[in-house]
Design a protein around this ligand. Structure first.
Ligand code: NDP
Length: 313
């Protein structure tokens, strides 16, 4: 089953939906596949306070629903489905959806975002869904009046720890360095919260518990003369150590950096393949914000329109 379109957008975060708004207003009749997590990472965020235009803040799911409605209003064809393979060797590009349907497209906008990283401990798999989570807003509710740990020292970790402190009795923040990497305002929220205990220079060795997480084994100041083992009692273990860009299916054709972020021509969303553009977190190791993702989605749609005009397609 093959279908031909002028503009295919993969991904439904701020970048994908913004590309869909601009591409539909430019009469490109875009088709957008939402992927595994419709709405993207922001659907797992609670309050978004820094997206311009919402002085009182807005929840992540509401913001994404608004962006989707705006794209639909101008005629974007938004579909449920996952891109599983690509052939970008020649135009029109071929993208396989859900392993069966093939879409041929003159332009492709990759907005597949990034996915939460795990430490790589066997116990993360063992206790998946039984105390291990990478999304506090999704699963925090289960830990009301209990004890949890969050791993990481960036903005995500601080945000998740602060959110969980509103539900749980106690939150350990496990930070491998002697300082937090998060922005000052986030650090202050964490350090002034009496329910949060920051464990600097601690790393996780494993989790304990009969069927569900009941504790964690940590090492303090690993490799130093005063290295010591620390046990904490917890019911939930939340990862907040960053993300991996979702670029694997494009790698045979599209250049990425060593982490997997798609390389674009500086200041543009153009990839090394003319007609293929990348926007949002999949191509952004630096800013990774909803507003920068939306901005780059806009740029990608404008580039797609110009490419089609130049080619006379
Ligand atoms: P970051 O990459 O900024 O931080 C990751 C954190 O996890 C670091 O403290 C890092 O430690 C730690 N870490 C990484 N790997 C391991 C490991 N194997 N073991 C232990 N710790 C580990 O990711 P974030 O997701 O926090 O943030 C990504 C971007 O999104 C940032 O630009 C951030 O500012 C932004 N953001 C903004 C928000 C907002 O403004 N509301 C909210 C959330 C994110 P180390 O420091 O030692 O490398």
């Amino acid at each position: 089953m093959t279908e031909k379109v002028r503009c295919l957008i993969i991904g439904s975060g701020p970048a994908g939906y913004t590309a869909a708004i601009y591409a539909s207003r430019a009469n490109l009749s875009p088709v957008l596949y939402e992927g595994m997590q419709p709405g993207g990472q922001l659907t797992t965020t609670n309050d978004v306070e820094n997206f311009p235009g919402y002085p009182a803040g807005i929840t992540g799911p509401e913001l994404m629903e608004d962006l989707k409605k705006q794209a639909v209003r101008f005629g974007a064809d938004i579909r449920f489905g996952m891109a599983t393979a690509t052939d970008l060797s020649a135009s029109p590009f071929k993208v396989t959806i859900d392993g069966e349907k093939i879409i041929e497209t003159d332009t492709l906008i990759i907005s597949t975002g990034a996915t939460a990283k795990y430490l790589g401990l066997a116990d993360e798999t063992k206790y998946a869904g039984s105390g291990v989570s990478a999304c506090a807003t999704c699963d925090g509710f289960f830990y009301r009046k209990r004890k949890v740990a969050v791993v990481g020292g960036g903005d995500t970790a601080c945000e998740e720890a602060t959110y969980l402190a509103g539900l749980a009795d106690k939150v350990f923040l496990i930070v491998r360095k002697p300082f937090l990497r998060a922005s000052k305002i986030m650090q202050e929220r964490v350090l002034s919260n009496p329910k949060i205990e920051v464990l600097f220079e601690h790393e996780t060795l494993g989790l304990t518990g009969d069927k569900v997480v009941q504790g964690a084994n940590l090492v303090k100041r690993k490799g130093q003369a005063d290295e010591s083992q620390v046990q904490i009692e917890i019911d939930g273990f939340f990862l907040a150590i960053g993300h991996k860009p979702n670029s694997d299916i494009f790698k045979p054709w599209i250049e990425t950096d060593e982490v997997g972020y798609i390389k674009t021509i500086p200041g543009t969303p153009r990839t090394n393949v003319p007609g293929v553009f990348a926007s949002g977190d999949v191509a952004d190791p630096h800013y990774r914000q909803a507003i920068t993702a939306a901005g780059s989605g806009c740029q990608a749609a404008i580039e797609a329109e110009r490419y089609l005009t130049e080619k006379g397609i």
